[in-house]
Design a protein around this ligand. Structure first.
Ligand SMILES: *Cc1c(COP(=O)(O)O)cnc(C)c1O
Length: 384
């Protein structure tokens, strides 16, 4: 059927009707008291999600723009940057630092693995002059969640700043910016925040400001000092995406009304059900349970069936969109997102479509086995 689509890719994610409704109002001016009050309210609400007292800015650019903002404002040419890489997005963060002239120290843990804290500690000891540490909270290319609290505790003992890519994690998986010592947290609108693409949110710590203000890299659109200059007046240096700001407040109101603990518990439940279903179908998960993401699940394509072929059937015949692999695992895995505006029946739809497509490719699937496993998780009857 035309127009009936189930969007289960890790961004953009489905947008709730209340958010679309908020964005349907006529656009207003951004140099107005009304906009200033809106921005102020949004920042108050974002601080709850980020668990921070730090400055929080809403930027009109995608998530990568937030990562570039973090780097452009803290890395000067020749500075040592320690990149903790667990997949495609860790590689991107490192590439941005390289573009700004950083002397990169890369710790690559490989696709499917999480950051090993021991290795981080060793590198920090070996190079006491590391200026920034780049980490990914939720590695979207592999469905691995990293221990930001653990990394933060190590970095806090050094002069280095901790820059965290939380683009697909924040809003789905708890983050405690202040307690964990995250100096710059970057996230974006189109993942767990349930909005269309176009906004990024970043927080900046006191420790970071000391570096930001004196940084020598060129910056203009991505200048944090430019944002800070008008922050007290709840203004933005350039024209913000006013419409997305309307939507952002509506999305934050939804998250806070549900309760952040409930939001995180819902994501954990959806991840558990998805993983149980995948296992019941005899397929292999990319991430171990220990470090598995609550925002999305990455699955190896079954033996003898191309993952992208399977995805094509699922999309074309059932209208369900999964994401493919990136980087090292391109063509080998598929990824099911269960983040943001996502609930139990979305998982059931995803697994049910997967079962039918598997059957169509000749894979020996027991129809209903995956769905049943997910249902049992939802009914609290899963076998431990
Ligand atoms: C989506 C994503 C990005 C990139 O965000 P864009 O909005 O596409 O620029 C960066 N990091 C992670 C972890 C992501 O999931």
């Amino acid at each position: 059927m035309q127009d009936k689509e189930y969007l289960m890719i890790p961004g953009p994610t489905p947008v709730p009707p209340a958010v679309y409704a908020a964005m349907s109002r006529p656009v207003g001016g951004h140099r107005t008291d009304e906009f200033a009050r809106l921005y102020m309210r949004i920042v108050e609400k974002l601080k709850k999600v980020f668990q921070t007292e730090n400055d929080v800015f809403v930027l009109t650019n995608s998530g990568t723009g937030a990562l570039e903002t973090a780097v452009a404002n803290t890395v000067s040419p020749g500075d040592k940057a320690l990149a903790l890489i667990t997949g495609n997005f860790g590689e991107r963060f490192a590439a941005i630092a390289r573009a700004y002239g950083a002397e990169l120290i890369e710790l690559n843990f490989g696709y499917g693995n999480d950051v090993d804290l021991k290795a981080v500690e060793e590198k920090l000891n070996e190079h006491p002059d590391i200026k920034v540490v780049l980490a990914t909270q939720n590695e979207t290319s592999t469905g691995v969640c990293n221990d930001i609290a653990g990394i933060g505790a190590l970095v806090a003992r050094t002069p280095a700043l901790l820059l965290v890519d939380g683009v697909s994690g924040v809003g789905a998986i708890e983050i405690k910016v202040d307690e964990w010592g995250v100096d710059i947290l970057c996230t974006a609108s189109q993942k767990a925040f349930m909005l269309p693409p176009g906004l990024a949110m970043v927080s900046v710590s006191e420790k970071a400001w000391q570096v930001v203000n004196g940084n020598r890299s060129p910056r203009f659109y991505f200048s944090l000092p430019a944002c800070k200059k008008v922050y007290g007046k709840w203004n933005t240096p350039y024209t913000p995406s006013v419409t997305l700001f309307y939507g952002l407040e509506a999305a934050l109101d939804m998250m806070l009304a549900e309760g952040l603990d409930n939001v995180y518990a819902r994501h954990a439940l959806l991840a558990r059900a998805t993983r149980a279903a995948v296992r019941a179908l005899g397929l292999k998960l990319l991430a171990e349970d220990r470090c598995a993401s609550n925002a999305l699940t990455a699955v190896w394509g079954p033996e003898g069936v191309a993952a992208d072929e399977l995805r094509k059937i699922i999309k074309k015949q059932y209208g369900v969109a999964f994401a493919g692999g990136q980087g090292d695992v391109k063509g080998k895995i598929f990824r099911i997102a269960h983040m943001g505006f996502s609930d139990k029946m979305d998982v059931i739809i995803a697994i049910s479509a997967l079962e039918m497509a598997l059957a169509q490719t000749g894979y020996p699937v027991q129809l209903g086995a995956g769905v049943k496993a997910a249902q049992e998780v939802f009914l609290g009857r899963e076998q431990k």
